[in-house]
Design a binder for this molecule. Structure first.
Ligand SMILES: [Ca+2]
Ligand SMILES: [Ca+2]
Ligand SMILES: [Ca+2]
Length: 223
């Protein structure tokens, strides 16, 4: 792979604030949108729909599931499952949803749990990539609170290049908070290990080259 290409995509990841580049998330959405048309496996179709909307698509779907699960049982039957997909904007035909449902229902008890659903829809990721993501998280979570917070990112994330910092509109903290939002699917202002992992597992699905994935992780976080 050409070094030039490395740099341009890397700068997309590092510099979502750079107005001249489309960020890597947009690229990911495009890839998954293209996959919707080519995928034949129902799970893959669902996953492609999910991530073509947003990199934290899995989390949005889980949120919709929690809402639909009125009796708090942690499980959904087929009709509820179908309703969630339709409500999330995934208006797929019933036959495909039925197939997806039976694939998600790995213990074949006729209902799907949240665990079954997220396990089925999370893009497959090589274990060495997952280990790298976990190592990076531990390194960033300096105070071992279990979350990456504003304090953890002090001196790690360079907010001073952001145009809104440069023009005086945003403070350094505000820029960093906006960056945290990229990962923060639960919207509590901090990045949990799950949120960090889900983000990079999704990103990983759009990057075939291991060395390139490694480079993105290390350089993005100054490791
Ligand atoms: Ca089940
Ligand atoms: Ca922390
Ligand atoms: Ca969070």
């Amino acid at each position: 792979m050409a070094v030039k290409h490395h740099r341009s995509t890397l700068s997309k990841h590092l510099g979502w604030y750079d107005p001249d580049v489309i960020n890597v998330e947009a690229e990911l959405r495009k890839k998954f949108a293209a996959r919707i048309k080519t995928a034949t496996d129902p799970i893959e179709v669902l996953r492609a729909h999910c991530f073509s909307q947003c990199i934290t698509g899995l989390k949005s779907l889980t949120r919709a599931f929690t809402k639909a699960d009125k009796d708090d049982s942690g499980t959904l039957d087929f009709r509820e499952f179908q309703r969630v997909l339709i409500r999330t904007g995934l208006d797929l035909d019933e036959k495909l949803i039925r197939k997806a449902f039976s694939q998600v229902d790995t213990n074949s008890d006729g209902i799907v749990s949240f665990e079954e659903t997220t396990a089925a829809l999370r893009p497959p990721v090589a274990s060495h990539r997952l280990e790298l993501v976990q190592r990076v998280f531990l390194k960033l979570d300096k105070d071992r609170s279990g979350y990456i917070t504003l304090d953890d990112l002090c001196g790690v994330y360079n907010a001073k290049k952001h145009p809104k910092y440069l023009n005086g509109e945003w403070s350094e903290d505000r820029v960093t908070m906006e960056f945290i939002k990229t990962f923060d699917a639960s919207r509590d202002g901090k990045i949990s290990e799950d949120e960090f992992r889900d983000y990079y597992v999704a990103l990983s699905a759009s990057i075939d080259n291991d060395a390139y994935f490694d480079l993105i992780m290390r350089q993005a976080w100054n490791l």
